[in-house]
Ligand binder design. Structure first.
Ligand code: MSP
Length: 682
């Protein structure tokens, strides 16, 4: 089957270990999967969303013992907690798989037998460094200072007879497959990580059994009753057992569109073990592996073993499920780590949701109530300004769809919010209150018609991320009939078609007279502020820096900018400057036309930027570790335009892009609404 014409979409989360209750890290992956499932449903793709729990292995036995329960009773209890979280997150999964399900066990045994019969499983002896936390052996090379790189604990050296999967046999095939299918593992940095792992040395065979004398809580090997299956070999197969491999209708329909979603902690099992296992069993590889970074709490991975977890339930209780979903999707640039703080959550809630979106909805509905008795008016003459707004809306929506499809969720939402902010500006510019005062009812009708329809467009596009808010918006816009009218409770719309039409809220429709989508949250959580380490404020305060300088700080290639003097501590000296010196800066807004990686420098991106001049400028910036180039095309950035050109690693840079530091990365300096390319910044 040609992979490019697959119209089914199968999205999975990792199946979570039931050795501890769910925390924000698990909630995040589940929410991303749900947003992807909802988005794909709206794009008209036949969608299946799978999540579940991983219930075998040593860790689970130990946790059950600690709890004074037998393993089965224990896993039933914790699995129920994971299942119970789904409706709270508003995650509409199609199935929930448990590795203790008998159907799953049968599939694992069938595959084991199949691979054994084909000669890819053999019996041998092995000695290795075993980490109980990871449930896997590490080679000497993989340890960091003799410790497990994940858990920072000393693994135990274990030598025993076991069964092995001939994974090494598939190394060459896997490498070639990854090279031939560039988005098989994404974002790109993880693909590169896997390629270098494959290139760095011979892939070892995988130990896939545990002697029952050491561990009995697992699936028995069909060809040797003295052993149970290694938990990872068992767990990965959930992705096909839940689809009723080999003959199930679901397997036939959804496997060709399979996409996995995981954090970087489990990259290797998904990017190496799993495709080679599939290959050995004669199955097609999945379509994409989507890998995200970690949620950090004060620079440390949030994890149960480190005792710094955030409880998703308490966040949802305090701020509502849609705000929580929006914050997680917007705050984390997919692929990079992000820091969770309640303060940044509140800031986003107030700025993006209460101020930008909530305020827009509220002012439009109350104006429409005052001027047209809450009935949608019909448009009259469409002016140039109106047409520009419609064009901008269509571009923003198209960009949102493209970026969301490419797992760039944060930038996709930013694109939609550029439209929300653009609409608020349009209201200010059109000044409906003055039109009303002057009795210009024709112009007022057109303006209100456009605003109501633009709000409808926003509602259907935010639905994957904030389903309840979208539903409320639609009801308030007199379009409530669309809620739940699509497959599996989706909206009865096709997002791709939304780019073509612009008259959904028809003249004469009754709309609500007011709206209060997101109340502002005023208080900063006291305890959160108190817990902040000294100096944290300084770190998170938005400090303007250049991407190129940033690269320089990290020892990378320096950018195109003039080098400021550094004091003895390595800090840039920033004494007062004369206003006349400041005026020498030529700062301009540019539109990114093209973006690509620098051919000879990992940290640099190479841009073609429209500054409203005869030809676009080529500008290099050391921001490759923060952004995928394709995310940035179309963005407006602030550029220092009067620096002398510099050649960096063989390419000329004709300016510098400005960025602002965040605790966990950087943001590009931009403008809050679209401006013409080359607009002066003063
Ligand atoms: N059982 C295995 C997965 C088997 S899949 C065939 C496992 N389980 S886990 O409970 O440890 O879940 C790990 C996953 O939880 C991560 O890959 C990620 O999806 C999510 N997260 C757990 N902590 C996280 C963060 N701090 N940040 C982001 N995601 C996190 O591994």
């Amino acid at each position: 089957m040609d992979k490019n014409i697959v119209n089914s979409f199968f999205i999975t989360t990792p199946i979570y270990y039931v050795n501890a209750r769910p925390h924000l890290g698990h909630a995040y992956t589940t929410i991303v999967a749900d947003c992807m499932a909802r988005f794909n449903r709206l794009m008209g793709r036949d969608t299946f969303f799978l999540t579940g729990t991983d219930e075998h292995g040593e860790k689970i036995v130990q946790a059950a013992e600690k709890n004074g329960q037998d393993p089965q009773t224990f896993v039933d209890g914790v699995s129920a907690l994971f299942q119970g979280l789904l409706p709270v997150l508003n995650a509409a999964n199609d199935a929930f798989v448990r590795t203790t399900d008998s159907r799953h066990k049968q599939v694992v045994q069938k595959i084991l037998q199949k691979v054994y019969d084909s000669g890819d499983i053999y019996f041998g002896e092995y000695g290795g460094h075993y980490c109980y936390g990871c449930e896997r052996f590490y080679t000497e090379k993989e340890l960091e200072d003799g410790l497990c790189p994940q858990h920072k604990t000393k693994p135990e050296y274990i030598a025993e007879k076991n069964y092995f999967f001939r994974m090494s046999k598939y190394q060459g095939w896997l490498k070639q497959y990854i090279l031939d299918n560039p988005d098989f593992i994404r974002p790109e940095r993880y693909k590169n990580e896997v390629l270098s792992l494959l290139e760095s040395g011979a892939l070892e065979d995988l130990c896939i059994s545990r002697p029952k004398s050491r561990l009995s809580w697992g699936i028995e090997l069909p060809f040797d009753r003295n052993f149970v299956c290694y938990v990872w070999f068992d767990a990965l197969l959930n992705y096909i057992s839940a689809l009723d491999w080999p003959d199930g209708e679901h397997f036939k329909k959804y496997w060709p569109g399979a996409q996995h979603l995981v954090a970087k902690d489990i990259l290797k099992p998904h990017a190496v073990f799993w495709p080679t296992m599939l290959r050995a069993a004669g199955l097609e590889p999945y379509r994409n592996l989507n890998v995200h970074g970690y949620w950090l709490v004060r620079d440390t991975k949030m994890s149960k073993s480190l005792g710094n977890v955030v409880d998703p339930l308490s966040m949802i209780d305090r701020y509502g499920v849609d705000s929580f979903r929006y914050y997680l999707m917007r705050e984390m640039h997919f692929g990079s780590d992000a820091s969770f703080t309640e303060e940044s959550f509140i800031t986003r809630l107030n700025a993006d949701l209460a101020n930008d979106l909530g305020n827009l909805m509220s002012r439009v509905l109350s104006m429409n109530a005052r001027y047209f008795g809450s009935i949608a008016p019909s448009p009259k003459l469409i002016t140039e300004v109106d047409q520009e707004l419609v064009n901008f809306a269509c571009e923003s929506m198209a960009r949102f769809q493209r970026l969301f499809d490419g797992v760039c969720f944060s930038v996709a939402l930013e694109s939609l919010w550029a439209l929300v902010r653009g609409l608020n500006k349009y209201v200010d510019g059109a000044a409906p209150w003055t039109l009303y005062k002057n009795g210009d009812m024709d112009r007022l009708s057109t303006v209100m018609h456009l605003l109501l329809n633009a709000l409808y467009k926003i509602a259907v596009h935010v639905w994957p991320v904030m389903p309840q808010t979208a539903q409320t918006m639609l009801e308030q816009l007199g379009m409530g009939h669309l809620a739940g009218a699509g497959p599996k409770g989706a909206l009865g719309v096709n997002l791709a078609e939304e780019l073509e039409s612009w008259n959904n809220v028809r003249p004469g429709t009754r709309v609500a007279a007011s709206s209060a989508l997101f109340p502002r949250v005023d208080a900063k959580p006291k305890e959160e502020t108190a817990r902040r380490p000294a100096g944290a404020d300084k770190k998170s305060a938005a400090k303007v820096a250049t991407g190129a300088e940033k690269g320089a700080e990290k020892g990378a290639e320096k950018g195109a900018g003039s080098r400021a003097e550094k004091d003895h501590s390595g800090q840039t000296e920033k004494g007062p400057i004369a206003f006349a010196d400041f005026q020498k800066l030529d700062l301009r807004v540019g539109t990114i036309l093209e973006a690509s990686r620098h051919p000879n420098a990992d940290k640099l991106l190479c841009f073609k930027i429209d500054l409203g001049e005869a030809a676009p400028r080529q500008i290099l910036s050391g921001i490759a570790q923060y952004f995928a180039p394709e995310e940035l095309v179309g963005r407006q950035v602030v550029v220092v335009a009067n620096l002398p050109p510099r050649v960096i690693r063989g390419l000329e840079s004709q300016g510098m892009i400005l960025t602002a530091d965040r605790a966990d990365g950087i943001e590009l300096l931009s403008v809050s609404g679209p401006v013409g390319a080359g607009a002066a910044v003063s």
